[in-house]
Design a protein around this ligand. Structure first.
Ligand code: NAP
Length: 307
């Protein structure tokens, strides 16, 4: 067995604690050697509050995983790449497309790995769905992604600040699956965006793509949460439920499980492979659709929102 590689986790908040720390604790590939966060720490792990100081103090940490919100992430990613470290980005990979292109160029110039992760692509049923769709003609598809922002982003005002993407923060997970599984790409044709009267990003969105594809994103759903994608083809109907973790064809379950807990271990296994083989993985297709929605979207003002 090869030695584990040292990794630092940066931005110790909700997703770092919920998913990254457990995934790293169980990983055969990675040793969580340090954290960097202004206030967050993990018991038993060396903690820093200053990123530059950690990079200088720990040249043995070759990889950093950035878990802070997208707006502040670019400066951390740039500093890490300039310091010759491999970088793993939470989704969405940045606040703008151009800044992620700049990071891609920098990673190439520094000869290090950049991995823009899409955790939903690692959901159990996504690969089987892609394989099933590969030889079909898609007639229509619809995404229903409705969840409770208070449950998943409690008190996180950054999601409603410019660059926070609003309901596209979860919606981009659906788009990461869609762009992976469809046999032919689609593009956005129209969007209606629902902005709370007191906020800068949408709380709901309705999207129409080419190829008969539509989407309904809403952050105001209380009670049961819905993360479904239905794809109607010339040879039957595929349903993905539970955020890509369960799959049925014409109503019969064919793949998947009820847990999302495999997604982050799979991301870290992929990062280990990318680093070992000297590759990068940056696919901006999901983010292009979000940028296009914010470009094309018709604005509707709805009730003010407070946590
Ligand atoms: P969060 O808890 O609000 O933020 C994570 C940490 O980032 C914070 O605890 C904070 O740590 C640090 N941070 C916040 N603002 C910062 C700034 N301006 N500069 C430097 N550090 C800052 O957010 P989260 O829910 O973990 O989401 C982070 C990312 O993960 C997002 O891109 C999100 O889309 C993605 N994600 C979230 C979830 C979820 O369920 N919430 C699921 C999957 C993916 P310190 O104050 O200690 O510095």
């Amino acid at each position: 067995m090869t030695a584990k590689r040292n990794i630092a986790l940066v931005g110790i908040g909700k997703i770092a604690r919920d998913q990254h720390v457990p995934a790293l604790a169980a990983s055969p590939d990675w040793e969580l050697a340090a954290t960097v966060s202004r206030s967050g720490t993990i018991d038993g792990v060396e903690s820093h509050t200053d990123f530059a100081a950690m990079l200088a103090a720990r040249p043995d940490i070759g990889t950093v995983s950035l878990c802070m919100p997208p707006m502040p992430r670019y400066a951390y990613a740039e500093a890490a790449l300039l310091a010759g470290r491999h970088v793993m980005l939470e989704k969405p990979p940045g606040a703008t497309l151009a800044e992620v292109h700049a990071l891609q160029d920098l990673a190439v110039r520094r000869g290090v790995t950049l991995f823009a992760t899409w955790h939903s692509r690692m959901a159990e049923a996504v690969a089987p769905a892609k394989a099933w769709l590969a030889d079909k003609t898609v007639l229509r598809a619809h995404i229903t992604w409705r969840e409770d922002v208070r449950k998943w982003h409690p008190g996180q005002d950054w999601v409603f600040e410019p660059g926070g993407m609003g309901v596209f923060d979860p919606g981009i997970n659906a788009l990461s699956i869609l762009t992976d599984i469809l046999p032919k790409p689609v593009h956005l044709a129209a969007a209606t965006l629902f902005f709370p009267a007191n906020r800068d990003t949408p709380i709901a969105a309705k999207l129409t793509f080419s190829g008969g594809v539509t989407a309904d994103f809403d952050w105001r759903q209380t009670g049961p949460q819905t993360w479904d994608i239905r794809v109607e083809t010339d040879k039957g109907t595929l349903d993905l439920r539970m955020g890509g973790n369960r799959m049925s064809v014409d109503g019969t379950e064919v793949a998947g499980e009820n847990s999302i807990m495999g997604e982050y271990p799979a991301l870290y296994a992929r990062m280990a492979l990318l680093v070992a083989t000297g590759q990068s993985d940056v696919d901006l297709a999901p983010m292009v659709h979000v940028a296009d929605a914010l470009t094309l979207g018709r604005r509707v003002i709805v009730d003010a929102f407070d946590f």
